[in-house]
Design a protein around this ligand. Structure first.
Ligand code: MEV
Length: 304
């Protein structure tokens, strides 16, 4: 085999981002936005995407470069040509870094016969994300590898929820590393206040698990909106996110909240299926880029 193309999905959080960094429960879902990595055997290392064409480059391609280095410890990788294409906006809280990391690991795994299984891929992906971002929970890389709806840290797969998902991108870059460290500082300064907020977010996820199983979207929505209030309390909202969130709710969404690190990036709205266009238009009118998507069962896979 000379060339292989692998893809991995991005994700949204129903509940639990930030709290999950401290071991609380979260429910995260793979969405039908994917990053594709085409890998071909070569004599030299080349990485290309809309960001440009380069060799090993930890500034421009930190995740991909780290994957190549790490996997060179497992296989004799003399050279590799990688082409990256993605539907997932970068730095927007939708798990673009996890998706490119996981798709690259699987492409090299298959091309060089490293013998990694899904759990190994998720674990390696997490160690790379953690090294680059500082603190990172295993959630994004696990969901990108396995697909579906997952409650963490127990890593139990739940059923797919069959409702409309509308993402609103503020277009403002959001640094997960920065946001996670802002929350850490708040937690250090006000542990009596922040710790109970984080554990309440964890309890929202645990209560939400039962609602996901029963597909009770109205109640899932209520809990997502409460979760949003708590994310606001720990300082990860922004005026742009708030505008999109309230626009989506006013247009009839069950719920709308930040997804991912916040501070910019994306919000997500849960809607009845016939309402997706209406909610997407409201998000666009409020200044966001609306993306209508669905939850997907498909984690990392080979593309034919
Ligand atoms: C980022 O997508 C989610 C955070 O909880 C960070 C993490 O879990 O690594 C903010």
């Amino acid at each position: 085999m000379q060339t292989i193309t692998c893809s991995a999905p991005g994700k949204i959080y129903l509940f639990g981002e930030h709290a999950v960094v401290y071991g609380e429960s979260a429910i995260c879902c793979a969405v039908d936005l994917r990053t594709q990595v085409r890998a071909s055997l070569s004599d030299t290392i080349r990485i290309s995407s809309v960001l440009g064409d380069t060799g090993l480059d930890h500034d421009r391609y930190p995740y991909v470069s780290s994957v190549i280095e790490k996997m060179s410890e497992m296989a004799d990788i003399k050279g590799i040509k990688l082409r990256i294409d993605s539907d997932i906006p970068v730095g927007s809280g939708l798990g673009s870094s996890a998706a490119v990391t996981i798709a690259t690991i699987q492409a090299l795994n298959l091309l060089f016969g490293c013998g990694l299984g899904p759990e190994d891929i998720a674990t390696l992906g997490h160690s790379i994300e953690r090294r680059i971002q500082g603190a990172a929970s295993p959630t994004d890389t696990y969901v990108s590898t396995m697909g579906g709806v997952v409650i963490v840290p127990v890593k139990k797969k739940l059923n797919i929820i069959d409702c409309g998902i509308v993402i609103g991108n503020t277009g403002k870059f959001s640094s997960t590393r920065q946001l996670v460290s802002n929350v850490a500082l708040l937690k250090k300064n006000y542990p009596q206040i922040i710790d109970p907020i984080l554990s309440t977010i964890g309890r929202i996820s645990i209560t939400g698990e039962e609602l996901v199983i029963k597909q009770e979207y109205g109640s899932i929505g209520e809990l997502m909106n409460i979760n949003q209030g708590l994310l606001d309390a720990i300082g990860v909202s922004s005026p742009e996110l708030a505008d999109l969130i309230f626009a989506a709710r006013s247009a009839g969404a069950y719920s709308a909240k930040i997804t991912g690190a916040g501070g910019g990036g994306c919000m997500v709205a849960l809607t009845q299926l016939p309402d997706v266009e209406k909610v997407a238009s409201a998000i666009t009118r409020a200044g966001g880029e609306a993306i209508i998507t669905r939850i997907t069962e498909h984690g990392v896979r080979v593309e034919h």
